[in-house]
Ligand binder design. Structure first.
Ligand code: ADP
Length: 592
C-alpha cells in the first residue's frame, strides 16, 4: 500500500469514527424524537380510556339516590331497633348489591352509624360501623345527590363509593352508600398495549393496570398531605410507598419515565387531567419501540453512511490507482524517451563512426588503388626506361668503336621500348577517358575472328589452342567493332596467362544467343578475389606482367554497349567469362 492509499484509508477511518461518534451522540435526541411521536400516538387511546372510566363511574352515579327512595329504609331509620325490619332491609340490600355487582350497599343514620348493609353476613361487614368521618358521608348529609371517593382502610380493598341522602320530605334522615371494587373499573384496560394509572390530587396511584403500582405515590407526599390522608383514613398509610420513578419531560403532556422495580422499565407517559374529579389519568407505553426506531434509524443511517463511505473509498482508490497508473505511465514514457534519446545518440555516434569508417575506407581504398597503380606504373615505365638507358649506353659504346650495326640494333631496341611505353600510356588513356564512340549493329562472329587473329601470334610462340564454335547463324549485337575486339583479346590474353604453367592450353569460345562465353582450363579465380577482379588496378600477376586494368576497361566497354560482363569458375575447372550483349537489328553491310 503506498502513501496516497494509506492516506485515503486513514481519512475514511477518521470519517467512519466521526460518524460513529455523531451517531452515538445523536441517539438520545433521536430516541426522544420517536418517544414524542409515540406520545402523540398514545393521545387517542388515552382519551378513549378516560372516556371509558368516566362512563363506568357515571353509570352507577344515580344508583344510591334510587335505592335511597325505598320506604323500608326510612322505616328502619325511624325504627332502628326493629330487628325484623333490619333483617329485611339487610337482605334487600344484599340482593340489590348482587344485582348491580356492587361490593357493598349500606344505610347509615345521620350520626354515620351503619344500620343495614349488604355485607351483613360477611366478616368485616360495615354493619355497626360509623363512617361520619368519610367525606362522601358529609357531602351526602349536605344534600348532594351523590358523592364519591376512594378508600382502602376498612377492608384493605380499594373501593369507589357513591352516596346519597335518605330524605323524608325535605329532611335528611340518613345516607345510603354504594361501594364498588375499583378492580371492576380496571378491567376495562385489560388487553391494552399500554399500562394505565390514575393518580389523585396527591399523586397517589389508586388505579392502575399494574397491580404492583397500586397504593404507591409517584412523588414524596408532604407531611400535611400525609396528615389529611391519615385523618380521612383515605389510604392505608402504612402501605404507602414511593414508586421510584424518574420523569423527563418530552412535551407539555408527556414525559419519558423510568420506573425502577425488580427491573428497570422505561415508558412514554401521556397524561390527561380529569379536572372535575381532581384526577390525572396517564397511559404508559413501553418506550422500547421508540428506542428500536431510533436504533433502526441510526443503523440505516450508519449503513447508508458506510455504503457512501464504501463508494467514496472505491472512488478514491480508483482515482489513486489511476493517478498511480498515470504516474507510472509517465515514468515509463520518460524512461522510454530517455532510452530513445540515448539510443538515438548511440545510433548517431554509430552512424558518424560508420561514416568515418566509410570515409577512411574510401580513403584507404583510394590510397591502395593509388599504391597499386603507382607500383604498376613505376614498374611498367622504370623497367623499359632502365632498358632504354642501357641500350642507349650500349649504342653509344658501339658508335664509339664504329660498330654501327650493333649500335643500330640497340637503337631499334630503344625504339621498341618507346613503343611499349606508348602502348602502356594508351592503356591508361583508355582507362581514364572513356571514349564516347558510337555503337551499332555488329556481326558477332566477325569480331571474334578478328580478336582470335590478334592472339594467334602469341599462341604461335607460346603454344596453346583456341577452340571456337561459331554460331550456326548470324548473330547481330550492339557495340563497336574495335572495342568489342579489345574486350575479347583481353579475355583471351587473360585465359592464356592463367594457363601459362600448363601443358594443355585450350581456350573455348562459343556463342549462346547474344552471349559470348570464353572458358579456359586454368586454375580458375580465387573465390575470395572474384568480387574484385573488375576493379581497376586489381591484379594477381607479378609486377610487369599485368596492370590490373584489362577487365576494368572491358567492364566499362561492355557497359557502354548496354551489356554485362561476368566472371565465374567452371565446375569442370578454369574460369568462364560471359559477355552478354544487346541484340541488334541486322544490316546489309556490317558497320565496321
Ligand atoms: P591483369 O591481366 O593485368 O592482371 P586484368 O584486369 O585483365 O588485369 O585481370 C585482373 C585479374 O583477374 C588477373 O590478375 C587475374 O588474377 C584475374 N583473371 C583474369 N582472367 C583470368 C582467368 N582467365 N583465369 C584466372 N584468373 C583471371
Amino acid at each position: 500500500m503506498n502513501v496516497s492509499r494509506r492516506r485515503i484509508f486513514g481519512l475514511l477511518t477518521g470519517l467512519a469514527l466521526a460518524l460513529a461518534v455523531a451517531g452515538s451522540l445523536s441517539f438520545p435526541a433521536l430516541e426522544r424524537h420517536y418517544m414524542r411521536q409515540q406520545a402523540a400516538q398514545n393521545a387517542v387511546p388515552l382519551q378513549l380510556a378516560v372516556e371509558g372510566l368516566r362512563a363506568a363511574i357515571d353509570r352507577y352515579a344515580p344508583l344510591p339516590a334510587l335505592i335511597a327512595e325505598r320506604p323500608s329504609l326510612t322505616a328502619l331509620l325511624a325504627d332502628p331497633d326493629n330487628s325484623a325490619l333490619r333483617d329485611a332491609v339487610n337482605e334487600d340490600l344484599r340482593q340489590t348489591a348482587a344485582t348491580v355487582r356492587a361490593s357493598d350497599v349500606y344505610l347509615m343514620d345521620i350520626s354515620g352509624l351503619t344500620l343495614a348493609a349488604a355485607s351483613y353476613r360477611e366478616a368485616g361487614t360495615y354493619l355497626g360501623r360509623n363512617f361520619s368521618y368519610q367525606s362522601y358521608f358529609s357531602q351526602a348529609l349536605n344534600g348532594d345527590l351523590s358523592s364519591f371517593s376512594v378508600y382502602g382502610t376498612t377492608t384493605g380493598e380499594r373501593g369507589y363509593f357513591y352516596a346519597a341522602p335518605v330524605e323524608v320530605g325535605e329532611r335528611i334522615v340518613g345516607v345510603l352508600a354504594v361501594k364498588f371494587n375499583i378492580a371492576a373499573f380496571e378491567s376495562i384496560w385489560r388487553g391494552a398495549t399500554s399500562e394505565f394509572m390514575v393518580t389523585d390530587r396527591n399523586d397517589f396511584v389508586f388505579m392502575s393496570s399494574r397491580p404492583d403500582w397500586h397504593f404507591r405515590a409517584i412523588r414524596p407526599l408532604s407531611d400535611a398531605t400525609l396528615r389529611v390522608i391519615a385523618q380521612n383514613l383515605q389510604y392505608p398509610i402504612d402501605r404507602i410507598e414511593l414508586l421510584p420513578i424518574t420523569q423527563t419531560p418530552l412535551d407539555a403532556d408527556s414525559d419519558y419515565v423510568v420506573i425502577e422495580g425488580p427491573e428497570r422499565e422505561g415508558f412514554v407517559l401521556t397524561s390527561q387531567q380529569l379536572t372535575d374529579l381532581n384526577w390525572t389519568m396517564s397511559s404508559l407505553s413501553p418506550n422500547r419501540p421508540a428506542t428500536l426506531n431510533a436504533l433502526t434509524t441510526l443503523l440505516i443511517a450508519g449503513l447508508t453512511a458506510l455504503l457512501l463511505l464504501g463508494g467514496l473509498l472505491a472512488y478514491m482508490l480508483k482515482q489513486a490507482r489511476q493517478a498511480e497508473a498515470f504516474a507510472q505511465e509517465q515514468k515509463a514514457k520518460r524512461l522510454l524517451e530517455a532510452a530513445v534519446v540515448a539510443r538515438t545518440a548511440d545510433l548517431q555516434t554509430a552512424l558518424a563512426d560508420l561514416k568515418q569508417t566509410q570515409t577512411d575506407l574510401i580513403q584507404a581504398g583510394k590510397l591502395s588503388a593509388l599504391g597499386q597503380m603507382s607500383a604498376a606504373l613505376s614498374h611498367e615505365f622504370n623497367q623499359p626506361l632502365a632498358a632504354v638507358k642501357s641500350y642507349a649506353d650500349n649504342a653509344g659504346a658501339f658508335l664509339d668503336r664504329d660498330r654501327i650495326p650493333e649500335a643500330r640494333e640497340n637503337i631499334n631496341r630503344i625504339s621498341k621500348m618507346a613503343d611499349r611505353m606508348a602502348t602502356i600510356s594508351a592503356h591508361l588513356r583508355n582507362f581514364a577517358r572513356r571514349p564516347q564512340q558510337a555503337t551499332g549493329p555488329l556481326l558477332l562472329n566477325a569480331v571474334v575472328l578478328d580478336a582470335i587473329a590478334v592472339v594467334e601470334m602469341r599462341i604461335a610462340s607460346e603454344g596453346g589452342q583456341i577452340d571456337y564454335t561459331p554460331p550456326d547463324h548470324d548473330v547481330w549485337v550492339t557495340g563497336g567493332h574495335v572495342r568489342l575486339q579489345q574486350v575479347i583479346v583481353n579475355l583471351l590474353n587473360n585465359a592464356l596467362d592463367a594457363m601459362a604453367d600448363q601443358k594443355d592450353r585450350v581456350v573455348q569460345i562459343w556463342v549462346d544467343g547474344t552471349t559470348l562465353r570464353v572458358r579456359d582450363t586454368g586454375s580458375g579465380i580465387d573465390p575470395a578475389t572474384l568480387p574484385n577482379i573488375f576493379d581497376p588496378f586489381f591484379t594477381t600477376k607479378a609486377p610487369g606482367k599485368g596492370l590490373g586494368l584489362g577487365l576494368s576497361i572491358s567492364f566499362n566497354i561492355v557497359t557502354d554497349f548496354g551489356g554485362t560482363i561476368t566472371a565465374d569458375n567452371d565446375p569442370g575447372g578454369g574460369a568462364v567469362f560471359s559477355v552478354v550483349l544487346q541484340p541488334a537489328r541486322p544490316v546489309e553491310v556490317a558497320a565496321q
